[in-house]
Design a protein around this ligand. Structure first.
Ligand code: HEM
Length: 394
């Protein structure tokens, strides 16, 4: 009998060994405690993600929303089903298309190099908080239209919001307070922008403030939640995956040497990291029409969690899935999701990851990880580290 609870100490502390058992023995695992089905196989995750007739995002997609019933806040496209999802997402989607993102590359390089230059003289730094998180937040904030000073404040408050103490289930009291302060700062900024619109370049705020969708304008609350959707999506995952790439390459010296000699391997190495060490353990849906899976019936109102991190290690799809291999063909990987909710920021994430890693291999190819300083995240939702320090001689 499998006893799976994502809030149990071992899972929160990063032990994912239960995924193999779930995939092989109970691919549709039901937890009465959460009234939730956990799906761990690749094909099932793909099927649920693209089945809009039976599954909905409207009651939430995160563990906190679906398993603990934390509120979702004002509606955003990420929590809308068809047909509404399309008209709301398409307001900003064009900014994130592959072609548009490649036009942005020179500016992205400038931003990222700005963050990196002072670190290179130090001989050591911590990859997530000194480099990738501030750089990613600055990038996504510039897309949204938030000034750098506010982006920095957002970063500090988000850090408090994400921190979980051992034994803590869901958001801490300090975390909830930080989120309230964050939303209020963003709301104040939205009010200022409403009263003094910005000329020229169209950032997301100008688009959302001008937009009329379904016959009405967005409220300040809705815009604040849209800002948070982009900030959370855009600032959490890239630091986890870039730091993991540096760590995994350091642990696999043959691959590290190969990347040093041929930086064109970086994009595939980064993609393989996202498969091997996916930053989202799970994302969910709610059943809106009964659906049979294997010999089980999922009933209207049941919750469903798709274990992305397990699906991407499914041996039915990936050969030797538990091995990190930068040469792997990962074209079939659903690392950024699949279907209408597929990650809007995929090309931006790939650009950021590549540019940061290219710069690290250009400037400090002999970096080494300080293993004593590594800190692991304590979370049911995201997987990775909260600190990955490196040191180097220039
Ligand atoms: C390595 C980096 C990233 C990974 C692995 C990742 C992963 C994902 C996944 C798996 C989904 C699908 C969610 C679902 O089906 O419920 C998703 C959606 C989303 N991601 Fe990302 N993401 C990354 C970076 C980003 C960035 C940089 C942004 C913002 C610029 C972003 C914003 C979003 C948004 C807004 C959605 C919701 C899309 C919708 O519902 O239409 N993500 N992401």
């Amino acid at each position: 009998m499998i006893d799976f609870d994502p809030y149990k100490e071992d899972f929160m502390s990063g032990d994912r060994s239960i995924f193999t058992q779930l995939r092989e023995e109970e691919p549709a695992y039901y937890s009465e405690k959460y009234n939730c089905w956990f799906f761990s196989r690749y094909e099932d995750v793909k099927a649920i993600s693209t089945d809009y007739e039976h599954f909905s995002v409207e009651k939430g997609v995160t563990t906190s929303q679906l398993l603990l019933g934390e509120p979702t806040g004002a509606e955003t496209f990420a929590l809308m089903d068809l047909p509404r999802h399309k008209s709301h997402r398409s307001l900003i989607q064009p900014e994130y298309l592959r072609g548009k993102i490649s036009e942005f590359e020179p500016r992205a390089k400038e931003f990222l190099i700005d963050f990196m230059a002072p670190l290179l003289d130090k001989g050591n730094f911590e990859v997530i908080h000194d480099l990738v998180l501030p750089a990613s937040l600055r990038l996504v904030s510039s897309f949204i239209g938030l000034p750098d000073s506010l982006a920095k404040k957002v970063r500090d408050l988000l850090r408090i919001y994400w921190t979980r103490k051992p034994g803590q289930i869901g958001t801490t009291e300090e975390g909830s307070k930080a989120m309230v302060e964050l939303i209020s700062l963003i709301m104040q900024f939205i009010k200022r922008r409403r009263n003094a619109p910005k000329d020229g370049e169209k950032d997301h705020l100008s688009i959302w403030l001008d937009a009329e969708v379904e016959g009405r304008k967005y409220s300040d609350e809705e815009i604040a939640n849209l800002v948070m959707t982009m900030i959370i999506g855009g600032s959490d995952t890239v630091p986890l995956t870039v730091s993991n790439t540096l760590l995994l390459l350091d642990k696999n010296p043959i691959f590290k040497k190969a990347v040093k000699e041929d930086p064109s391997l970086i994009p595939n190495a980064y993609s393989e990291t996202i498969r091997y060490a996916h930053p989202n353990n799970m994302l969910g849906r709610t059943v809106i029409k009964d659906r049979k899976f294997y010999d089980k019936t999922l009933k209207v109102g049941d919750k469903v969690m798709m274990l992305f991190a397990s699906a991407l290690r499914d041996p039915r799809v990936f050969k030797k899935p538990d091995q990190y291999n930068i040469y792997r063909d990962i074209s079939s990987a659903i690392t950024f999701g699949i279907g209408i909710h597929k990650c809007v920021g995929e090309h931006l994430a790939r650009l950021e990851g590549r540019v940061i890693l290219e710069n690290i291999f250009k400037n400090i190819p002999n970096y080494q990880v300080n293993y004593d300083g590594i800190k692991y995240l304590y979370s049911e939702f995201v997987k990775g580290h909260s600190a990955v320090p490196i040191f180097f001689n220039n």
